[in-house]
Design a protein around this ligand. Structure first.
Ligand code: NAD
Ligand code: G6P
Ligand code: MN
Length: 458
C-alpha cells in the first residue's frame, strides 16, 4: 500500500502518520508520501515524520517527501487530504472580518466557513483530478480538508464519480469526552447521529447495548458543561496538560483555550433542548449573539493555534534539527489520526465497520432532499460506505438543516457560476447573519481579503 498525505505540511501530519504506522500490518503499508505546495513547511514536517517512522518506531516504511504531483500520487492506494487553502493567515480573516460586523467569526461556520469554502472548492477539484490521473484506479481519497460540508457538496456537483469520502473528527472527539465523563470504554460504544457536517445531533449513545443518553443528560446538568471535571483544571493554559493524566490530555486538543465555550454551550443548548446531544458546532448557530459577545475580534482561535499547535510543532522540529532532541509533546496524536487510519483499514479489508461519514442523502433521511450531503453512520467496506437510513427527523432540526444546507449549496453555485448575487444569498441565508445589509458588508470585505483565492464574482 502507498498512502499519500496531501497537505503533508499540516500540523496533524505527525499524528496521522503515527496512526498509520501503528496499523502497519492491517494496512500493509510500504510507503508513505507527503505532498504539499509549501516546500519548506513540508520539508520540516518530513524531518519529524522520518524520525517517527524510522527512529521512534523503527519501521521499514519508505518515506517520500515531495511537492511534485506525479511523484506524490503515482500508484497511490489512499490519499489522505488535509489542505488549508490560504493557511492560518486566511483563517484569521475568516474569523475576524465577520466579528467586526457583529457576526460569528468561525473557521467552518457562518460567513467564515462560507469564505473558506470559496477558497477550497477549486483546489479540491484539482486534487481529485490529479489523483484520478496518477493513482491506482481503486484509490480512495479520504478528506479532512475543511470546510468539509461545502467541499463535499462541491465534489458531488462537480465530480460525482470521484472516489472520495469526506469525514470529520468532531463527533468522535465528542464521544471521547462523553466516555471520559461517564467513565466508559469507547470500544463498547455505538451511536446514532444525523446532521450536516458541523451541524448535527447524537440521537442515541449505547454502551454495551444500553442507552446512556439519560446519564449523560444528568451529567451535563450537574456539571453545567460536557467536559469531564479533570479536564477543567488549567483550562486557560492552552497547551499545558490540564488533566491528572498527561496522555489523556495530550490527545484532547479540543479541551484547550476557547474550546471551553462550546463545551459549556452543550450544557446551555441541552437546558433548552434536552432530547439529543448537539454537536458542539451548533453553538455558533443557536448562540450567535453570545458567541460574538465573548469573542475578541483582535484575537481569535486562529491566533491561539498559531501560538500553540503550529508554533510548538515547528519550534520542536527546529530544536530537533539543532540538537537531535525530540519532545513528543510538541505534536498531537490520538483520535484524529486513528479515525482516518481506521477508515482506511475498513475500506482495504472490507470490514463493514461502522463510521460516521458525509454522504449524499439518497433518501436515508426521508424528509431531507435526495441530493443533500448529510452526515450519517455507514458500514464501510471495499466498495465504500453503505449508509444506514433512518426515520424522518423532527421539524426543528430539519428546518435548521435546510437553512444551512441551502446556504452552503448557494455558495457552491456562486463559485461555479461566478455569481455575486448567489454569494450574497448564501451569506444572507446563513443563520449567523442578522440582515442582508450586514451580509453585503461582510461579503464585500471578504471579496477584498480573498482576492488571491476566490473565483471572480459578477
Ligand atoms: P495547516 O495549515 O497546518 O496544514 C495545511 C497544509 O495544507 C499546509 O502545509 C499547506 O501548505 C497545505 N496546502 C494548502 N493548499 C494546498 C494545496 N492546494 N495542495 C496541497 N497542500 C496544500 O492546517 P491544519 O490546522 O493542520 O489543518 C489541515 C486541514 O485539516 C484544514 O483544512 C483543517 O480545517 C482540516 N481539519 C479538518 C478536520 C475535520 O474534522 N474534517 C479536523 C482537523 C483539521
Ligand atoms: C474539530 C473539527 C475540525 C476543525 C477543528 C479545529 O476537530 O472537527 O473540522 O478543523 O476542530 O480545531 P482547531 O484546534 O484548529 O481550532
Ligand atoms: Mn470537522
Amino acid at each position: 500500500m502507498i498512502i499519500t498525505l496531501a497537505g503533508g505540511g499540516s500540523t496533524f501530519t505527525p499524528g496521522i502518520v503515527k496512526s498509520i504506522a501503528l496499523r502497519k500490518e492491517e494496512l500493509e503499508v510500504e510507503e508513505i508520501r507527503l505532498y504539499d505546495i509549501n516546500e519548506e513547511r513540508q520539508r520540516k514536517v518530513g524531518v519529524l515524520v522520518d524520525w517517527i517512522l524510522h527512529e521512534d518506531l523503527g519501521l521499514d516504511i519508505k518515506l517520500t517527501v515531495t511537492t511534485d504531483k506525479e511523484t506524490a500520487f503515482s500508484d497511490a492506494d489512499f490519499v489522505f487530504a488535509q489542505m488549508r487553502v490560504g493557511g492560518y493567515a486566511m483563517r484569521e480573516q475568516d474569523e475576524k472580518i465577520p466579528l467586526r460586523h457583529g457576526c460569528v467569526g468561525q473557521e467552518t461556520c457562518g460567513c467564515g466557513g462560507l469564505a473558506y469554502g470559496m477558497r477550497t472548492i477549486f483546489p479540491m477539484i484539482e486534487l481529485i483530478d490529479d489523483v484520478e490521473k496518477y493513482a491506482k484506479p481503486t484509490h480512495w481519497i479520504l478528506n479532512y480538508s475543511n470546510p468539509a460540508a461545502i467541499v463535499s457538496e462541491a465534489c458531488r456537483v462537480m465530480r460525482p464519480n470521484a472516489r472520495i469520502i469526506n469525514i470529520c473528527d468532531m463527533p468522535i472527539a465528542i464521544i471521547d469526552l462523553v466516555c471520559a465523563a461517564l467513565e466508559i470504554d469507547k470500544k463498547d460504544v455505538e451511536y446514532d447521529y444525523f446532521g450536516l457536517n458541523h451541524f448535527g445531533w447524537f440521537t442515541s449513545i449505547r454502551h454495551k447495548g444500553e442507552e446512556v443518553l439519560p446519564q449523560l443528560r444528568e451529567y451535563v446538568k450537574e456539571h453545567e458543561i460536557l467536559l469531564p471535571s479533570s479536564y477543567l483544571k488549567g483550562m486557560s493554559s492552552l497547551m499545558k496538560s490540564n488533566t491528572d493524566n498527561e496522555d489523556e490530555s495530550k490527545q484532547n486538543r479540543h479541551t484547550k483555550g476557547s474550546w471551553y465555550y462550546v463545551w459549556k454551550g452543550v450544557y446551555e443548548i441541552m437546558e433548552l433542548f434536552p432530547e439529543y446531544l448537539p454537536n458542539t458546532y451548533l453553538n455558533y448557530y443557536l448562540q450567535q449573539k453570545e458567541f460574538v459577545e465573548h469573542s475578541d475580534p483582535e484575537r481569535t482561535r486562529a491566533n491561539e493555534v498559531e501560538e500553540t499547535r503550529e508554533h510548538n510543532l515547528f519550534a520542536g522540529i527546529d530544536r530537533y534539527e539543532a540538537t537531535g532532541e525530540i519532545d513528543e509533546s510538541t505534536f498531537y496524536a490520538g483520535s484524529h489520526g486513528d479515525w482516518i487510519a481506521d477508515l482506511a483499514v475498513a475500506l482495504k479489508n472490507d470490514t463493514k465497520a461502522r463510521f460516521l461519514v458525509i454522504c449524499q442523502n439518497r433518501g436515508a433521511i426521508p424528509n431531507m432532499p435526495y441530493d443533500a450531503m448529510v452526515e450519517l453512520p455507514a458500514y464501510i467496506g471495499k466498495n465504500g460506505p453503505e449508509v444506514i437510513s433512518r426515520d424522518n427527523i423532527p421539524l426543528f432540526q430539519q428546518g435548521l438543516m435546510m437553512q444551512q444546507l441551502n446556504s452552503e449549496k448557494l455558495v457552491v453555485e456562486a463559485c461555479i457560476e461566478g455569481s455575486y448575487e448567489k454569494a450574497l444569498q448564501a451569506f444572507t441565508l446563513n443563520k449567523t447573519v442578522p440582515s442582508m445589509t450586514v451580509a453585503k458588508e461582510v461579503l464585500d470585505e471578504m471579496i477584498e481579503a480573498n482576492k488571491e483565492f476566490w473565483p471572480e464574482l459578477k
